[in-house]
Design a protein around this ligand. Structure first.
Ligand code: TPP
Ligand code: MG
Length: 320
């Protein structure tokens, strides 16, 4: 990977990390309402895979969606405004943290019902296949989502119809407070793809380059007419499931072990060891990210709430 790209990926991962930390503070101040699911620890997944997509490809994910929105390149100010429920937000302040979207960038969000968006991913892929384009859908979901019916229906149909979907399981080891070994009968998640004859592989989700390479390869197979592909990306959520999670279900030692594999730390060590940049340069990137976030928070705070009339717009109801 060239130096410029490596540093840009570092910047993207730091942007996600700092965005999440700011969101956590704003939540504790009561400025963000509803649920808030942080992506801290999983940054290399969104950054490695989304940077491997073509502009024509679609992205869709669950409620842990801030990292994907930032990586597709949506405006940081507008994402922050959405977090605060402001009218200048990416979803006009009506979606919040779990419903970020950016149709121009083919980012279809942000879905709160576990597994339900896998059916939408299959539908988008079917539309692209019908139109005869070479676009694929990158569909992200958690380990817990692989136990729900939507997952099996969607994988099955994608196999039957050879749909251009890349199924990306972000296996962060837990579905809420339940460890994979306690919620999944199959000991390895990727085995579930074999049940539908979908080629699958396991990827180190703490290494942004490994995620990038695996995604590139899988997308090439899809574009080569080999049908849907599946990646089980092994990662870890450093924080709780959502805000206020007392984290009683895992040991401090386990968390410490995974934190030693911090994806940003791994990339930083690589950058320093390969002399791609020095410590000062990395600190300057961090400072610039913080300044960008200061601006985003100020913009979000100064923006108005949606007007009352907005209650009746953007809904699928016909007046009669
Ligand atoms: C259909 C449905 N059932 C239950 C829930 C409650 N719920 C929210 S997140 C979650 C766990 C999902 O875990 P996983 O798929 O591993 O994603 P992660 O939170 O780890 O990213 C559950 C059960 C829900 N939102 N939707
Ligand atoms: Mg999970």
């Amino acid at each position: 990977m060239d130096k410029e790209t490596t540093l840009d990926w570092y910047r993207q991962m730091v942007l996600i990390r700092r965005f999440e930390q700011r969101s956590s503070e704003l939540y504790q101040l009561g400025k963000i309402g509803g649920f808030l699911h942080l992506y801290i620890g999983q940054e290399a997944v969104a950054v490695g895979s989304i940077n491997a997509r073509g502009e024509q490809d679609h992205i869709i994910t669950a409620y842990r969606d801030h990292g994907h929105a930032l990586t597709v390149g949506s405006d940081t100010k507008q994402i922050m405004a959405e977090m605060l429920g402001k009218s200048t937000g990416v979803s006009k302040g009506k979606g919040g943290s779990m419903h970020l979207a950016d149709v121009e960038r083919r980012y279809w969000g942000g879905h709160a019902v576990v597994g339900a968006h896998l059916t939408l991913a299959a539908g988008i892929a079917l539309a692209e296949q019908y139109k005869g384009t070479d676009a694929a859908v990158l569909c992200y979901f958690g380990d817990g989502a692989t136990n729900i019916g939507y997952f099996h229906e969607s994988l099955n149909l994608s196999g039957v119809w050879d749909l251009p979907v890349l199924w990306i399981c972000e296996n962060n080891q837990y579905g809420m407070g339940t460890a994979v070994a306690r919620h999944s009968s199959a000991s390895s998640i990727m085995q579930k793809a074999s049940g539908y004859d979908i080629p699958a592989s396991q990827v180190d989700g703490m290494n942004v380059f490994a995620v990038y390479e695996a995604t590139k390869k899988a997308l090439a197979a899809i574009r080569n007419g080999e049908g849907p592909q599946f990646l089980e990306i092994l990662t870890y959520r450093f924080e709780g499931h959502s805000m206020g999670d007392p984290l009683r279900y895992r040991t401090k030692e386990e968390v410490k072990k995974w934190r030693e594999d911090d994806p940003i730390g791994i990339l930083e060590r690589h950058i320093l060891a390969e002399k791609i940049a020095n410590k000062d340069k990395l600190e300057a990137i961090d400072t610039a990210v913080e300044a960008k976030l200061d601006e985003a928070v100020a913009f979000a705070e100064a923006s108005p709430l949606p007007a009352m009339e907005e209650l009746f717009t953007d809904i699928f109801v016909e007046e009669n």
